[in-house]
Ligand binder design. Structure first.
Ligand code: GLU
Length: 326
């Protein structure tokens, strides 16, 4: 393996027999170690793209980088543009899944959505057609729109508000609905998501496609800072009395195989932390039994993942020998 590969890929650690016995831990992270990572991450933003199909997202500054690490043992550590808030976009999907597992149970949720990974883009209609209308997993748009239809509100705003309050209460975060972002999402018709909702309805996986789409758009615009996102990640990091451990494990397992669009499998092998990204440049990684890492940086790579965000998680996983086994 070349020196260059060693630097950029934790995969270089494969020959280490202790790879899955974490000796260093998230608790070893200090402010002094995190600060230089922001400087390096800013370099990674170069060449990244902002999404254009949501005009408000295209106005972000591609060099913004923020990271917050929350730990089960020890204080949180944060660096970069940490006061900036951003919409969660697809990062809300694992938390919609968690909420519905808690409210409806495993059987009801997985009668509506599968748990297999997909190598198609997150908004693929072809994947849904190939699967005869059953969404393949909850982390792609078809699955998330189907589940948004179960958020039980008379309209998108009320279903979203129920989720927002539930999450804020359990995670001590302060998520809010970014109305300007929602307006921007609605300003350009998303024909792909509409076609997905219609096919879901035609195949019996959705009763009210309009309300489901509206709810989906609302929950994607739930917003907060990296601190809020790391707090959400903590719901998936540790056993508590407020979330069923079985539901937590299901969400983490699905994140490992489906959380990062088409980059999921590679990241699972190289890093192994349950992670979800969104088109806004948000990323949350769960470090089971240790804590959570939240990043925000809007410049995306060709698969739609935050360039700087992925870099930070990879670097922390490598230097602190983090893995998803807890
Ligand atoms: N609201 C966005 C969409 O459906 C979210 C996509 C994402 O973050 O991956 O297009």
């Amino acid at each position: 393996m070349t020196e260059k590969n060693k630097m950029s890929h934790p995969i270089s650690d494969w020959n280490n027999p202790n790879r899955h016995q974490s000796s260093v831990r998230l608790s070893a992270l200090t402010q002094d170690k995190l600060n230089p990572l922001i400087v390096q991450a800013k370099v990674q933003c170069q060449g990244g793209q902002l999404p254009t199909y949501i005009p408000y997202l295209a106005q972000a500054n591609p060099t913004w980088v923020a990271v917050q690490v929350q730990r089960i043992q020890g204080e949180g550590v944060a660096a970069g543009d940490i006061r900036r808030s951003f919409p969660l976009m697809s990062v809300i999907k694992p938390f919609v899944l968690l909420f519905l597992l808690e409210k409806l149970g495993i059987e009801a949720v997985f009668s509506q959505v599968g748990m297999e990974s997909s190598d198609q883009p997150f908004n693929s209609l072809a994947q849904l057609q190939a699967d005869r209308g059953k969404p393949r997993n909850p982390m792609i748009n078809s699955g998330a729109i189907a589940l948004a239809g179960r958020l039980l509100g008379k309209d998108g705003a009320s279903g979203c508000e129920t989720l927002r309050q539930w999450l804020n209460q359990r995670s001590q975060s302060r998520l809010f609905l970014d109305e300007a972002m929602l307006k921007s999402v609605r300003s350009l018709p998303n024909e792909r998501n509409r076609a997905i909702a219609n096919l879901l309805a035609a195949s019996g996986y959705l009763d009210h496609p309009e309300i489901a789409l509206d709810t989906y758009n609302h929950v994607c615009c739930l917003s907060g800072t990296v601190r809020d996102l790391a707090q959400l990640g903590m719901l998936l990091a540790q056993d508590t009395s407020i979330i069923s451990p079985q539901h937590r494990h299901i969400v983490n397992d699905i994140l490992i195989t489906c959380g990062l669009y088409q980059a999921s499998s590679r990241f699972a092998v190289e890093v192994g932390l349950p992670t979800k990204s969104g088109v806004s440049g948000a990323i949350v990684s769960v470090v089971p039994s240790q804590g959570a890492i939240a990043c925000y940086s809007p410049a995306l790579d060709e698969t739609g993942n935050s360039k700087a965000g992925l870099f930070i998680v990879q670097q922390l996983a490598q230097t602190l020998e983090l893995n998803g086994l807890g």
